[in-house]
Design a protein around this ligand. Structure first.
Ligand code: PLP
Length: 443
């Protein structure tokens, strides 16, 4: 009798035994490449000795104290490290225990910022994009723009959504040559329509992950976004829960667009799955408004800033720096993307292979010429990921909506420690899986 309340109640899950490096082993002894690091979390791979040592030492000292009463050495050290690494004046780290808590916190921070600064509570809404994911709690889901919203509508908050930066399926029917970054200008349209005095912030993932398989915007996209936000006095929140700490080949993905946001949400890669942790990095100027205003942020989650998770994160971030994993992500990522494009694009059902650093997406289509998606009822992305598991590869199925209803993408986000030889092994196994899948869908 199994008493676990599973996410998918009709599926049988393999039971994990242990992990080492980029590999996971199930109870039957089968070996898998963890090609999505869980969900872009286990960025140092599994069983990393340095992190295990830091964890054990901190657990022996003190594992938990509450942020409302205590600070600790690891929390202060982590905040210093993050302040040093984050761009511009993003120097203040507010700790929580995961990604949804981070985006919820940023939402409240943006609202309270205007209240503290101008005494205004009218700026309460957040604009986000379709084909995005910002978390599963109701506030975060109100900002999310993928099909996970559907079952829980009406959502608590009336938050507007704008066009995604989805170049493969441009909402404005443009291609690379004709593009004038209309998707960025869509933000201005929405602000004018809704009224800037009702909007606290715009939130976006620099590279979209879970919703739609690694959507990389045009090189001018975030510059335009930054200008619009400044013009209308709206905060820009970069949701780097998935992309932060090296995933796309930069410490923070937004740096690739040469833009400094007002708040950055982080989680996953910061503690690399060894202990739950998330946070919001705020600009000094925002922190000062809180400090000179009411002097408190009316918020907090029980596990935020516990010394154990912070000690883990310190070890993780130092390992990323000392082992040059950001550079490795960029180099091996570029190589992997080229290999994947070469080997997978020839399949008749592969529409697009895209990404940045070690964050790549594959889009599956019914018709390559028209880009028509498979009907959602066929559950193609899920079936493909099951086939890939037979070939010892774990990927992360997407939740996007190519045409508002249907669409199949999945995400690859292997640990940042991946070598070129391991990338070759991954591509070889995937090619085998794709060949097998071709047979299965033709039957
Ligand atoms: N934001 C982004 C960009 C994410 O990718 C995720 C999770 O995939 C979240 C927020 C939510 O994080 P969590 O699952 O830790 O609540």
């Amino acid at each position: 009798m199994d008493n676990v309340f599973y996410r998918n109640l009709r599926k049988s899950y393999p039971e994990v035994d242990y992990g080492k490096g980029i590999y996971l082993y199930d109870k039957e002894g089968k070996k898998y490449i963890d090609a999505c690091s869980g969900s872009a979390v286990a960025n140092l791979g599994h069983g990393h000795p340095r992190v295990i040592k830091a964890m054990t030492e901190q657990a022996e000292k003190v594992a938990f104290t509450h942020l409302s009463r205590w600070t600790s050495g690891p929390v202060k050290e982590l905040a210093d490290l993050v302040a040093h690494l984050a761009p511009g004046s993003l120097n203040k780290l507010y700790l929580v225990s995961g990604g949804s808590e981070a985006t919820e916190s940023a939402l409240k921070m943006a609202r309270q910022y205007y209240l503290e600064r101008d005494g205004k509570s009218s700026k309460y809404r957040i604009i986000s994009r379709w084909q995005s994911f910002h978390g599963n709690t109701i506030g975060a889901l109100s900002m999310t723009g993928d099909k996970r919203r559907k079952k829980y509508s009406p959502l608590l908050l009336n938050f507007p959504h704008v066009a995604p930066a989805y170049c493969y399926r441009c909402s404005f029917d443009k291609d690379q040559e004709t593009c004038s970054v209309e998707c960025a200008l869509d933000l201005e349209r929405a602000i004018k329509l809704e009224g800037a005095d009702t909007i606290a912030a715009f939130i976006a993932e620099p590279v979209v992950g879970a919703a739609c398989g690694a959507l990389v915007p045009h090189k001018d996209y975030f510059k335009i976004i930054r200008q619009i936000c400044d013009h209308y006095d709206i905060l820009f929140i970069a949701d780097e829960v998935m992309t932060g700490f090296g995933r796309t080949g930069s410490m923070f993905a937004i740096e690739e667009w040469g833009v400094v946001p007002d708040l950055i949400c982080v989680a996953k890669g910061m503690s690399a799955g060894y202990s739950p942790l998330g946070g919001v990095i705020a600009k000094d100027e925002i922190y000062e408004v809180f400090k000179n205003g009411s002097g408190s942020f009316v918020h907090g989650h029980t596990y935020g800033g516990n010394p154990l998770s912070a000690a883990v994160a310190v070890a993780v971030v130092k390992t990323i720096l000392e082992d040059n994993l950001v550079e490795n992500s960029r180099n091996v990522g570029e190589y992997l993307l080229t290999q994947l494009q070469e080997k997978l694009l020839p399949f008749w059902y592969v529409g697009d292979v895209r990404g940045k650093g070690l964050m790549q997406g594959v889009e599956i289509v019914k018709n390559k010429d028209t880009k028509e998606p498979f009907p959602a009822s066929l559950n193609i992305a899920e079936k493909l990921t099951v086939t890939l598991m037979d070939f010892g590869v774990i990927v992360y199925p997407g939740n996007g909506m190519a045409d508002g209803e249907n669409g199949d993408q999945f995400l690859l986000a292997p640990p940042l420690i991946m070598t070129r030889a391991e990338a070759d092994e991954l591509v070889e196994r995937m090619e085998g899986g794709f060949r097998e899948f071709e047979k299965r869908i033709s039957q």
